[in-house]
Design a protein around this ligand. Structure first.
Ligand code: CP3
Length: 345
């Protein structure tokens, strides 16, 4: 096995960690903005396999990242399950909602989502032909909880209050929704793997707002079920779980979820995570994405500190969350050079 990302996921400690960035194909890159303008809007870009493959490849060509992540969105699955989805420029996603028992039971099951999602699988197939030999192709889906928060509120929310309210008022319907999303996610990720994804990542961006038993029931348990099913269907498939905002609950999650890698946000220090999370397996992260805006010596220093903190075990260098549109593309190169030891700290 020569691909560095797959080696780290298999538990190998490498002299230089492999690198990729969440949202590495995105609005901070002029070439992304040009292709997106050609596609029209964001969803048209997601469902156009040639253009979605093109934007996936752009950061690989520019920076030589060790992994490419499929260009798509976590909200395509609820759309395939029957909800309306649209994006309001400058504001974010809007969806029709599923909160009543009849609306949840009307959602399409795992066998009926693939007509809508077919172009995504086609994007994966193009990428697995066109990526450089050393670059790992990552497929992904949202975690059931995070996707449910958008399906319940009809939009992004700062505190996921509508989803917490549904748990309080009608837990059975909420759990039905989580189960259906878990099944849909397994079907969606399986097709990505069949089309050529070499690893999958489960994005639970809002895991941090779950407290007490709800964290175990709605963040840990669905991720465990998805990971178990994916590994049963695709033996040897590495899985990365990203329960963002888990804080001290990151400890022990490799074993509890069964994931090969736990992705860390920047709310935990690399020193703490090296001592408490990395003993369980590969970790990914966790530079604050604000450094991609501000750059300079602080960026180099913080990057080296993370590389050094995790140097005793398997590590994939990444940001703690997605790169933002106001980031400077030159700072990305500076970060890569710092990780690869090409600039002095
Ligand atoms: O990481 C990657 O480069 C792969 C592609 C990817 C996108 N979204 C493209 C995208 C991935 C993995 C996602 C995941 C995603 N989408 C998450 C989980 C990760 C996270 O960031 O917390 C969430 C919550 C979404 C839902 C979503 N999509 C929101 C809330 C928004 C609007 C916010 C914004 O930045 O405008 C999107 C849009 C989106 N998804 C963009 C991209 C590149 C920007 C769209 C554009 O070009 O205007």
């Amino acid at each position: 096995m020569t691909k560095t990302l797959l080696r780290a996921l298999a538990g190998e400690t490498l002299p230089t960690p492999p690198i990729w960035m969440m949202r590495q194909a995105g609005r901070y890159l002029p070439e992304y903005r040009a292709t997106r303008a050609e596609a029209g809007d964001f969803l048209s870009l997601c469902y156009n396999p040639d253009l979605a493959a093109e934007v996936t490849l752009q950061p690989i060509r520019r920076y030589g990242f060790d992994a490419a992540i499929l260009f798509a969105d976590i909200l395509l699955l609820p759309q395939a399950m029957g909800l309306d989805l649209w994006f309001v420029t400058g504001e974010g996603p809007r969806l029709s909602t599923a909160t009543r028992p009849a609306e949840v039971s009307a959602l399409k099951g795992p066998d009926d989502i693939h007509d809508t999602l077919g172009p995504v699988y086609e994007t994966v197939a193009i990428l697995s032909r066109e990526l450089p030999r050393e670059t790992t192709l990552i497929g992904f889906a949202g975690a059931p909880w995070t996707v449910a928060t958008y399906m319940i509120a009809g939009r992004g929310t700062p505190d996921q209050a509508p989803a917490h309210q549904l748990i309080a008022e009608d837990r059975a319907t909420f759990e039905d929704l989580i189960d259906r999303l878990t099944e849909g996610t397994i079907a969606y990720l399986s097709r990505q793997v069949e089309a050529g994804a070499e690893c999958v990542k489960i994005f639970d961006s809002w895991a941090g707002s779950l407290t007490g038993d709800d964290f175990d029931r709605y963040a840990v348990e669905p991720a465990r079920r998805i990971t178990e099913a994916m590994k049963a269907r695709h033996p040897g498939l590495p899985v990365i779980a990203f329960p963002r905002g888990a804080g001290e609950r990151y400890e022990g999650l490799h074993a509890r979820i069964g994931a090969d890698c736990i992705a860390l946000d920047d709310g935990v220090s690399a020193h703490w995570a090296a001592a408490h999370v990395q003993p369980g397996g590969c970790v990914q992260g966790n530079l604050a994405s604000s450094h991609m805006v501000t750059g300079g010596e602080t960026l180099v220093h913080e990057t080296r500190a993370i590389v050094d903190a995790f140097s005793g075990g398997p590590h994939i260098f990444n940001l703690g969350h997605g790169i933002t549109p106001d980031a400077d593309p030159e700072n990305v190169q500076l970060m890569i050079d710092a990780v690869r030891g090409k600039v002095a700290a």
